[in-house]
Design a binder for this molecule. Structure first.
Ligand code: EPU
Length: 437
């Protein structure tokens, strides 16, 4: 039997217009689901995105003993008892299992999670997660395919300074310490909006978490946590994708539920290149104000220009006059997707020099982590292979800008993070068909 491939068939060249509503943030929803494991009471998650990554997170929770009911975009989850402390084979495709480790230690004092896969965006180590859990008292050994952890006397507070403000390691430390005995001080923490959303949920559950200045978060352990009801924040990565799409196709799109507070750096970058926006009470309009021009950008932790925004923005920059430069400082290997864009007619070079002024962990290490985009270039439809989620949305936007027809392979990567993307784009006038070949 031949392998069946799910693909998007796209015909580009239309200016996309209309309204698109954001889904709940993937990177908040999955963590909040994990947080629900910290209590035996019922938790209600509203605005929960129904995408590949959240399905994996739900499956992980089910396997651990959660009872789950889903109605539309509302998830009811209750975990009266942890029935298994081991996550087996669901781990290679996302970063959720490692976050479950701290929660399992907190609730039942042991856990085993698989070694990680994640996106094809570099090695993505978890050393900071492991170090943080050890500081909180865990004993962790690396098995052939898993991390095995115990904490015979329960987790206790500690002092942790992250060597880099990692989103995952910050979430790990916070979730592992809310029920630990004593006080935990976390320095050099990440403060992304999705982390703040998680902190709000933990507060609703009864935790005591202080957000200090200079990336210091202090957690005072409590005895017990209760259930919660929470509306997950809108997905700022979707917002950036659709804003880039509006301007790249020279259309006009209202991104419903886009939140200005989460997009400040992006909005500044957009205006600098000639994009325009109007903030309304319930969303933001995006369109092109003038001839687009190139820009220099460096990705960074929040509140900087997010690493997940550079891919759709690079597509936009292929339509801008002059040279643009992107210095990626969060991941060492996140420009692989530009090969396919060049195949479509873009002029993008990737180099190993740090083309920017931010302190960068990848300096002189030979990683291709700066991109030079010369534009504008006319893009042409072609057949594309999607390597990972954000690359996938960049490719999809490029095919919608391009003249002619494209076939996009590997669309399950896009489905991991964007709910019913084909249907939602059709409503904007996109010619896109989900098909099997
Ligand atoms: N890092 C380490 N050691 C660690 C943890 C991270 O060296 O123990 C490094 C990573 O390799 C990377 C940097 O630190 O170079 C930042 O990683 P971070 O831990 O901040 O990222 P993450 O928690 O793994 C989340 C999002 C990513 C997003 C990044 C940065 C989730 C599930 N993933 O990843 O989103 O790019 O933060 O904001 O929340 C996506 O949604 O497609 C995605 C990749």
């Amino acid at each position: 039997m031949q392998n069946v491939k799910n693909v998007f068939l796209v015909e580009g060249g239309q200016a996309l217009k209309g309204e698109i509503k954001l889904a709940g943030a993937k990177n908040a929803a999955t963590k909040i689901l994990v947080a629900s494991l910290l209590t035996d009471e019922e938790c209600i998650l509203e605005n929960f995105p129904r995408i590949g990554d959240t399905e994996i997170a739900l499956e992980i929770c089910r396997n651990l003993g959660s009872q789950i009911k889903i109605e539309g975009n509302t998830v009811y989850i209750q975990t009266p008892k942890i029935l298994s402390t081991k996550i087996t084979n669901l781990g290679r495709r996302n970063r959720i299992p490692i976050l479950v480790l701290g929660v399992l230690l907190s609730r039942v004092r042991e856990g085993e999670v698989p070694l990680l896969g994640g996106d094809k965006i570099g090695p993505r180590p978890v050393d900071m997660h492991i170090e943080a859990l050890k500081t909180l008292g865990a004993q962790i050994t690396i098995q052939e395919n898993s991390y095995l952890a115990f904490v015979p006397n329960g987790l206790h507070g500690g002092e942790i300074t992250l060597k880099y403000p990692s989103v995952g390691a910050t979430e790990q430390t916070i979730m592992a310490s809310v029920l630990a005995s004593g006080k935990t001080v976390l320095r050099n923490a990440a403060v992304e909006p999705e982390i703040i959303d998680l902190i709000k949920v933990l507060q609703k559950m009864g935790a005591i978490i202080e957000l200090g200045t200079n990336r210091v978060i202090t957690i005072y352990g409590v005895e017990k946590l209760r259930g919660f009801k929470h509306q997950i924040i809108s997905d700022r990565n979707e917002a950036v994708s659709f804003a880039s799409l509006a301007i790249a196709t020279n259309g006009k799109i209202f991104v419903k539920d886009a939140n200005q507070e989460h997009l400040i750096t992006f909005l500044n970058s957009l205006r600098r290149i000639g994009g325009e926006y109007e903030v309304e009470k319930d969303g933001i309009w995006f369109w092109r104000a003038r001839k687009l021009t190139g820009v220099k950008i460096e990705t960074d932790t929040h509140p900087g220009f997010m690493t997940d925004w550079q891919q759709p923005f690079v597509v936009l920059l292929t339509q801008a006059h002059g040279v643009s430069v992107i210095h990626e400082t969060v991941y060492e290997d996140r420009f692989g997707y530009t090969k396919e864009l060049n195949k479509m007619g873009a002029d993008i070079k990737v180099v190993s020099e740090c083309l920017g002024s931010l302190a960068c962990r990848f300096k002189d290490k030979g990683f291709l982590h700066s991109a030079i985009i010369d534009g504008p270039t006319h893009l042409y439809g072609t057949e594309i292979n999607v390597p990972d989620l954000r690359a996938g949305i960049a490719h999809l936007i490029a095919t919608l800008v391009a003249e002619g027809k494209s076939v996009i392979n590997g669309i399950e990567e896009i489905d991991r993070g964007y709910e019913k993307i084909d249907e939602r784009l059709k409503a904007l006038g996109a010619k896109i068909q989900r098909s099997t070949l």
